[in-house]
Design a binder for this molecule. Structure first.
Ligand SMILES: [Zn+2]
Length: 396
């Protein structure tokens, strides 16, 4: 929200102002609908007659920290043809919440930046109402997210596993555009399959994956695309093992090979070192085996990333993981998902031409997902602001 308004401006259409009444705590604004022809929402008939009046009390944006209530005198109407009675429609009032559309939109925008407790104070609404508004808008955004048209499938796709709220989440990255295009709450076969169909329906040229057997198997069941080991993820896993193995006597030579492997300068060198890693010493076996199983599942292209420079987004996604798993540890998964995927101000869009049979028909806006550099900059700014240390929220 921009700076809070000092004066009230009319958010509704087709109503006239009756009174404004200000007390120390609140501002009451009386409104009345202007009589105009209404069509029956059930049968479309124009034979609609008045059936009494009702007073509606709805919330609007606060002014100078005072709660603002709109008291709207609105007609009840009745259709002569189908006998249905209904409320006179008023535009710019939320259909789900007793609030103006602009209040709902502002709550949503702020929910992507601040905890619900802060919003509750800012808007003078109780936390339950804030949560209701967030949940409703979140569900609408999530449904919208799944509707085509989708942008062209990326040639290079990367999958990262990040631990957020104690669980591994699957992050889908469009490497062509540097954008986050989806996030799965779990790495189940169904969710991987479904997301893959959506983000890379024609098949990506190459998919970069962490060394995780369940994830790799799910992908292999769903796509023919080449799966390549995501080098920074593999390097992290190996380095953890090297640190762990330092205290083990017989592991020294195996760990030396492991660090040679990690530093291999190209795919063929990586292949050579890998041969020596396939039978780890007993002390390291349970730790090393998951990596071995994962790597063995991958095809001939598995070590293609060796010798190539790390992608520019690798450092950023690493930071993203750190911020989301620490500073956001008290927020709900839905809030994190909303920030990561549904914040319009962070999205990368382009105008693309639409043509049919060689004739130019116009332009459409293509959404490539959330810009990783913008997202990381936003989150770092938020977590650097001490006022925004997230207090506990009992969101479920
Ligand atoms: Zn009717």
């Amino acid at each position: 929200m921009s700076a809070p308004a000092a004066t009230w401006s009319m958010p509704l259409k087709g109503v006239r102002l009756l009174y404004m009444h200000e007390t120390d705590a609140e501002i009451l604004i009386g409104l009345e609908t202007e009589k105009k022809a209404v069509i029956c929402p059930c049968c479309g008939s124009a034979a609609v007659v008045g059936y009494g009046k009702m007073n509606w009390r709805i919330r609007d944006l606060p002014i100078r920290k005072k709660a603002v209530f709109l008291e709207i005198k609105r007609r009840r109407l009745r259709c002569r043809d189908c006998l249905v009675t209904f409320n006179e429609p008023v535009s710019q009032i939320s259909a789900q919440h007793r609030a103006t559309t602009r209040l709902v939109q502002n709550v949503w925008k702020m929910a992507l930046r601040q905890p619900f407790t802060t919003l509750s104070k800012t808007f003078g609404l109780d936390e339950k109402t804030i949560r209701n508004i967030f949940n409703y808008t979140f569900n609408a955004a999530a449904n919208q997210f799944k509707i085509p048209p989708r942008p062209p499938a990326p040639l290079a796709l990367e999958i990262r596993l990040l631990t957020i709220l104690r669980h591994q989440r699957v992050l889908w990255i469009n490497l062509d555009q540097g954008t986050l295009i989806d996030m799965d709450e779990n790495k189940t076969l169904e969710s991987i399959h479904e997301t893959l169909q959506r983000v890379a329906r024609d098949g990506a040229h190459k998919i970069s994956v962490p060394p995780d057997a369940a994830l790799i198997q799910a992908l292999q069941a769903s796509t023919q695309s080449a799966l390549v080991l995501h080098l920074p993820s593999m390097r992290n896993a190996c380095n953890d093992l090297i640190t762990l193995g330092r205290s083990i006597d017989h592991a020294a030579s195996y760990l030396a090979t492991l660090s040679q492997f990690v530093g291999a300068k190209d795919a063929s060198e990586a292949h050579r070192w890998w041969q020596d890693l396939r039978s780890p010493p007993v002390e390291l076996r349970t730790k090393m085996e998951p990596l071995i199983v994962a790597v063995e599942l991958l095809g001939a292209e598995r070590f293609d990333a060796f010798g190539q420079p790390d992608h520019a987004y690798d450092a950023l996604t690493g930071r993203l993981g750190k911020i989301l798993s620490t500073d956001f540890s008290k927020r709900s998964y839905d809030v994190i998902c909303a920030i990561v995927l549904f914040d319009k101000t962070l999205q990368k869009t382009a105008r693309t031409g639409v043509s049919e049979n060689g004739a130019h028909l116009g332009y459409q806006k293509t959404n490539y997902g959330t810009s990783i550099p913008k997202l990381v900059a936003r989150l770092e700014k938020l977590s650097g602001d001490s006022a925004l240390n997230y207090p506990s929220e009992s969101e479920t």
